[in-house]
Design a protein around this ligand. Structure first.
Ligand SMILES: [Zn+2]
Length: 311
């Protein structure tokens, strides 16, 4: 029972998301030769993702996991466990192909295939998609139309970092609606903050590993004070300092391997200092769709044809 005058802390709830892929699948080290080796390289994704899930469990936190179809095929138990523990499953595509390296037909096949694999595993509709390396840009806007046609309800692939700060207001950021020829889709962009006339990235990945945690916290608290809903992202390989080192361009190696030994502790601090939840739980319009269509979402979905939920 809450006594008169007792204050109940209601911290704002932000978005925490993870892109579930192997360390050898990142775009920075992509090559045709390495792509052919994928099935022969040592897998570390399940161990690293379960480490993340344990950390979240310690903090009673749920998150959104954008899982690669290729990973889901090889680690179905991992995907099922994440879903059964209350985490949201989204799609990271099937083969980690950048959007601008695919034709629209290839992209459609990639996002359809991953969606079907994930839905067959978890028995409910996958609503969200995140492109490898946030590769939906002004050059590949057609991809949003394909996502709508394939039954996705939101996208989280547009990362407006280093663009003019006035192009979009930060306050109230989190989700905004985009029109496509196939209909509307919600966009949930990773957080940026205004600085030097630009939108500066502060939402995770390499930027989270680059800055000392105190600096990241200061940036994120400043956004929180402006009323922004934070949208953060990390990858399982970022918590794995022992991962095998790959050959590649010097800058890619610096960016990929920098501060891997610090990410786990920084994630612990992030979970202590901020209140996170999955996208379908805290981004208002998506939560509304998820709640309203709960019965349909709870059913096993069709395995062949894309599913279109009623408007
Ligand atoms: Zn990725």
């Amino acid at each position: 029972m809450i006594c008169s005058g007792e204050r109940v802390e209601r911290r704002p709830r932000h978005v925490l998301s993870f892109d579930i892929e192997e360390h050898f699948q990142v775009a920075a080290f992509w090559s045709v030769a390495r792509r052919r080796e994928w099935d022969h390289l040592a897998s570390r994704v399940e161990r690293n993702t379960r480490k993340i899930a344990d950390l979240l469990s310690e903090h009673s936190t749920k998150a959104t996991f954008f899982v690669l179809g290729w990973v889901a095929e090889r680690h179905p138990g991992l995907v099922k466990d994440l879903a059964q523990h209350g985490h949201e499953i989204g799609s990271h595509g099937y083969g980690h192909e950048l959007v601008h390296t695919q034709t629209p037909a290839q992209f459609r096949e990639d996002v359809r295939r991953s969606k079907q694999i994930l839905e067959n595993l978890i028995g409910r509709q996958v609503m969200g998609y995140r492109a490898p390396s946030f590769s939906i840009t002004s050059r590949t806007k057609w991809a949003l139309c394909v996502l709508v046609e394939e039954g996705y309800r939101y996208d989280s692939s547009i990362y407006n970092r280093f663009r003019g700060a006035q192009e979009r207001s930060i306050t109230g950021a989190g989700a905004y609606q985009l029109e496509t020829e196939a209909g509307r889709i919600w966009e949930v962009s990773p957080s940026t903050m205004n600085g030097c006339g630009l939108q500066l990235p502060v939402a995770g990945g390499g930027y989270f590993r680059l800055f000392p945690y105190a600096a990241s916290k200061m940036f994120l608290k400043s956004l929180e004070k402006q009323g922004a809903q934070l949208v953060m992202y990390l990858h399982p390989w970022e918590l794995d300092p022992q991962q095998p080192r790959m050959d590649g361009p010097v800058l890619s190696r610096i960016r990929h391997y920098m501060n891997l030994d610090k990410t786990e502790q920084r994630l612990r601090l992030l979970l202590r200092d901020f209140n996170f939840a999955p996208i379908h739980d805290v981004v208002d319009p998506i939560r509304d769709m998820y709640t309203r269509q709960g019965e349909q979402l709870g059913q096993i979905v069709a395995k062949r044809e894309p599913v279109f939920l009623p408007a």
